[in-house]
Design a protein around this ligand. Structure first.
Ligand code: SF4
Ligand code: ZN
Length: 311
């Protein structure tokens, strides 16, 4: 009697024996959906508490692009703090004006805040800089992410200030953080790692926090699928020009072959921060003479973009 082709059997969750949805290669564990959710909530909560990212009395502006990282961030923060009276969450979405991309993610963000009942603020490049990113980037597409990154940061801080926020939380995950460490090394700009990443727009200083900094991208994607909120959204059309894209695929390969690579890169960042704490390595952080934002030269990057690209 033929038994036919064998179906592959899903590995069992290391903690309960139910079918696993993910293999956490850095811990060697297989986890089912329930234990993945519990593990993520616990790790994010530990990151927040141990680094004092969010404390009673905080109003947290949550950067919500509508993509998977920021969606998971808002879901997790809402789970942890949604019923607390002493911590307030406000979602801030930046509309860069990217045709065929931002509409879909903005719709996803809108649906999420409505479902969770979270206050939502949107800041657009058009309103803040007088043009959409698509217009600003005409003739400068290869620099898209550098230009967009500077403008986005300003827009997020503006949203956080409008919300009256005391913290600005972003959805950067372990992959993003490890990629940034490597990119700074590749660009020869190691000192950027030790610069304060707070959000200061020349007025009130709003510390920036990254509760997902120890969570891998694939854990976030699986978490959203298990929660039933996964959406296949389009990728930003300018991402193909980014150095990050190449670094990302190289690091994913390294992480697969040598689990823990990304965590070790982040550990290195911490060592450098500790070694340079209180010392910006000879690069004094002053103030831009035009707008007052912190910068290491006379004029900040945003003002330089204003002069060369904005009208
Ligand atoms: Fe901006 Fe680059 Fe992100 Fe697109 S991929 S939204 S251009 S930073
Ligand atoms: Zn400036």
């Amino acid at each position: 009697m033929s038994l036919g082709p064998r179906r592959p059997v899903a590995p069992a969750c290391t903690l309960c024996g139910e079918p696993a949805v993910i293999h956490q290669r850095h811990t060697g564990r297989f986890l089912c959906g329930t234990h993945l959710i519990a593990d993520m909530e616990q790790r994010v909560s530990e990151t927040i508490v141990s680094r004092q990212q969010i404390v009673p009395g905080d109003c947290v502006a949550v950067g919500l692009s509508g993509g998977k990282d920021s969606t998971a961030l808002l879901l997790l923060l809402h789970h942890l703090f949604g019923s607390r009276n002493d911590i307030r969450l406000v979602a801030v979405t930046v509309d860069e004006g990217i045709d065929g991309y931002r509409e879909a993610t903005a719709r996803s963000a809108e649906g999420l805040v409505r479902r969770l009942g979270v206050t939502h603020i949107t800041v657009s490049f058009g309103e803040l800089f007088g043009d959409t990113l698509d217009t600003i980037l005409k003739g400068h597409k290869t620099q898209a992410c550098s230009i967009c990154g500077i403008l986005r940061k300003k827009a997020l801080v503006t949203g956080a200030e409008r919300a009256g926020a005391t913290k600005l939380a972003t959805g950067h995950n372990l992959d993003d953080e490890a990629q940034s460490v490597l990119m700074n090394v590749l660009r020869g700009d190691l000192m950027r790692l030790v610069r304060n990443s707070g959000a200061d727009s020349g007025g009130r200083f709003i510390p920036r926090v990254k509760p997902l900094m120890y969570v891998q991208e694939k854990e976030i994607a699986t978490y959203l699928m298990v929660q039933g909120v996964w959406e296949d959204l389009p990728e930003c059309p300018y991402a193909i020009h980014a150095l990050r894209r190449e670094v990302r695929s190289m690091l994913s390969e390294l992480e697969y072959r040598h689990p823990g690579t990304m965590l070790r890169l982040l550990e290195n960042k911490k060592k450098i921060e500790t070694a340079f704490s209180g010392n910006t390595g000879g690069e004094p952080v002053g103030r831009c003479r035009e707008c007052g934002d912190p910068c290491s030269g006379r004029t900040c990057q945003l003002c330089r973009i204003r002069h060369s690209l904005l009208h």
